[in-house]
Design a protein around this ligand. Structure first.
Ligand code: ARG
Length: 366
């Protein structure tokens, strides 16, 4: 029996990873949490259903590029088992006309040490997404006697979990930014809700973005669940759609973080990094002025890189500015063509979930 699951941060040498799949991906129907996510001028407003097959095939090709790049470096790759995502779902508390996808895994699975926990997502369409990963979880469970297979408390996602008509159709970008600055989000605090991609792991410290997908009750829940870790809430007032921390505040190695220049942390939240001599540098400008078609995310997926070890990073092949900056920061850069997977939920970091990185739980902020 071997040790299969172990990861405490995003930079220690990567040995085993899950890479998502685009099969059967759906643009989900609007629901209380997601209508707030899709920008008013997006071509995706009001449309939902299976994504066009050609885009699914192209997205999968991109993910294969990533699989090959990491396998070439000796990393073991595991893949989820997609469901028929365009099925209607229901629980005693809600019905939804469809699910979404098993991209990206980073939103669903949180690896902390020898534990992988399925998250408590606030989108109803993602309620059953964890099922795509259950065959892998069972395999790890059978093969690694120390693996902890965990499901976070499932949110009920009744109407009480959301503020209704919170943003009307005419809300301006400025108003959105005021809401972000006031830490005033679409989710309520009736139960813990969180996406795994809002949690940045740094050994003894968890930095968790408080935004549209993760609430304060979740932070409190994390602190009680992991009493030996320190939980820090982070807010990024410059982000009108604060969802997932990995295109905003991205560690490359101990002591170095790249920060989205439009999304600096709220007052006082950098203090712990400064006090420990961490360098927080503005990320390079994205190479693109627009995201690809039918994409939820912003052009800042440019900085959504996958660190293979403290001196090696995978950056999207067209993101030349980000590659150049990484090079100057002393990283060896491996370009991988992944842009056509962006519409399925994210870039290189999003498209993966950690299974095994070398190293243990260090205290980087003593
Ligand atoms: N909210 C980010 C942006 O648009 C995208 C983050 C995607 N990350 C993820 N894990 N799905 O800039």
């Amino acid at each position: 029996m071997a040790k299969i699951v172990n990861s405490w941060n995003d930079w220690d040498p990567l040995k085993r990873v899950i890479v998502g799949r685009c099969d059967n991906s759906v643009i989900p129907p609007e629901e209380p949490a997601t209508s707030e996510k899709v920008p008013v001028d997006s071509e995706m407003r009001g449309m939902w259903g299976l994504r066009p097959l050609a885009t699914v095939e192209r997205g999968n090709e991109c993910l294969e590029n990533l699989v090959k790049a990491v396998e070439d470096r000796g990393v073991v790759v595991d893949r989820p088992t997609p469901l028929q995502w365009n099925q209607a779902i229901g629980t005693p508390d809600f019905r939804n006309d469809s699910m979404m996808t098993c991209m990206p895994p980073r939103d669903i699975l949180l690896t902390i040490g020898n534990e992988i926990m399925a998250s408590a997502n606030s989108f109803r369409c993602r309620y059953f997404e964890y099922l795509a990963y259950w065959p892998l979880m069972k395999q790890y469970f059978d093969e690694d006697p120390e693996f902890l297979w965990t499901q976070a408390p499932r949110p009920r996602l009744t109407d009480a979990s959301y503020k209704h008509n919170y943003y009307d159709e005419k809300i301006t970008l400025e108003e959105r930014l005021v809401r972000t600055a006031n830490k005033d989000f679409v989710t309520t605090e009736v139960e813990p809700m969180w996406d795994a991609a809002d949690v940045m792991r740094m050994g003894k410290d968890l930095f968790i973005q408080h935004g549209l997908t993760t609430n304060r009750t979740a932070m409190e829940w994390f602190q009680r669940y992991y009493p030996e870790l320190r939980v820090h809430a982070m807010n990024f007032p410059g982000d009108p759609y604060p969802i997932h921390i990995d295109a905003t505040f991205v560690p490359l190695r101990p002591g170095l973080i790249i920060n989205n220049p439009n999304r600096h942390p709220a007052e006082g939240q950098l203090a712990i990094f400064e006090a420990n001599d961490w360098q927080v540098v503005d990320a390079a400008q994205p190479a693109h002025t627009e995201p690809p078609a039918l994409c939820y995310s912003s052009v800042w997926l440019s900085m959504n890189c996958l660190v293979l070890d403290p001196s090696t990073v995978i950056v999207e092949a067209s993101e030349v500015n980000q590659q150049e900056q990484m090079d100057k920061l002393g990283m060896n850069v491996i370009p991988v063509d992944l842009r056509d997977a962006y519409p399925f939920g994210g870039g290189l970091h999003c498209s993966t979930a950690d299974v095994y990185r070398e190293g243990g739980c260090e205290d980087y902020f003593p």
